[in-house]
Design a protein around this ligand. Sequence first.
Ligand code: FMN
Length: 372
Amino acid sequence: MSILFEPASLKNIKIRNRFVRSATYDGFADEGGYVSAGQRKLLTELAGGGVGLIVSGIAYVHYTGQISPFQNSIAEDRFIPGFKELTNAVHERGAKIALQLFHGGREAKYVRTKSIIPLAPSIIENDPFYRGEHREITEAEIWEIIKAFGDGAKRAKEAGFDAIQVHGAHAYLLSQFLSPYTNRRQDQWGGSLENRLRFHSEIYKDIRKKVGRDYPLFIKIGVQDGFIGGLEFNEGKQAALQMAQLGYDALEISQGLRGERYEGTEYRAHINSPNKEAYYRDWCRDIKSRIDIPIMMVGGLRTLYLMEKIIQNGEADLVSLCRPLICEPGLINEWKNNEHKKAKCISCNKCVDHMYKGKPICCIQNDPDRLP
Ligand SMILES: Cc1cc2nc3c(=O)[nH]c(=O)nc-3n(C[C@H](O)[C@H](O)[C@H](O)COP(=O)(O)O)c2cc1C
């Protein structure tokens, strides 16, 4: 049997294989932020399709961090029962599930519809990759949001999630704090790497205090921005190592702020040969060789033998997939039965276009009439 189908441990949870469904916003939450029947169906299908661990889509922890009207919320206790139904359904099919905790920072453009100006570490004028209005977050608001991450984690635990993953990658608030490009603060939250990581560290401490020592906490961390002049890998790597040292139980390695679409983003397009796959492999290998906690590799993984090699070589402990599982939720079981099967996903990014247009995601290979 391939090593990919051997069980793995993440802190105290056992996962039936090495496959993670990387966090995927689906645009299916109902407008109140509750889990919908459509989401239950989607995640039940994924769990039944053989994936070991599902990371949910972004769930906002504080009303200032909401990015879409169809996004899940974990900002209040009333969301717990809906999530509980979801975690039960996933567990019944043998998978584990983590909730991804999120704050959009300046990207939380949806809050403008409620006359709230999105928050950011600093105001950046003439940013070629971001043009929206935003204002500098105050010290008091920083602490309020840190506390909201801790409260969100506590609710996630109560709702039956096996773990939580803090979203510290891509274009969102934690990446905005870490990147010297978006963080120009002169106080204890900006400047040195230690200061730019203070937000991450305080979030960890608040969560840990509220969920206890034994509950698995993961972070998806962006270790380099997608353009020149942003966070560089040297610092991003140090940040990842510090998160491991602080106590996070697993890291998923991704990129930070986005540059040019799509090559400067976490969803690179047209992954049509193995040499374009695993586009964060070098970062993972480097970080993995310096820490003891498990690493999840994400980014363009499509070919079974390549993933197998990555795990065998000790370059990562788990492989994490997003777009191939939008296209084929049953892909993992299919691979189990036929190692030569090719993933259907061609990374055309029509699913991403759906997301940006505020529509529920789908794959046009399965649903050709639903062009974004
Ligand atoms: C439609 C869509 C939604 C996504 N939503 C999230 C999300 O909620 N949180 C997150 O961390 N990453 C999100 N991502 C990024 C993926 O988790 C993953 O990092 C990226 O797509 C690369 O993996 P892949 O090549 O397997 O798709 C999303 C990607 C897509 C295509």
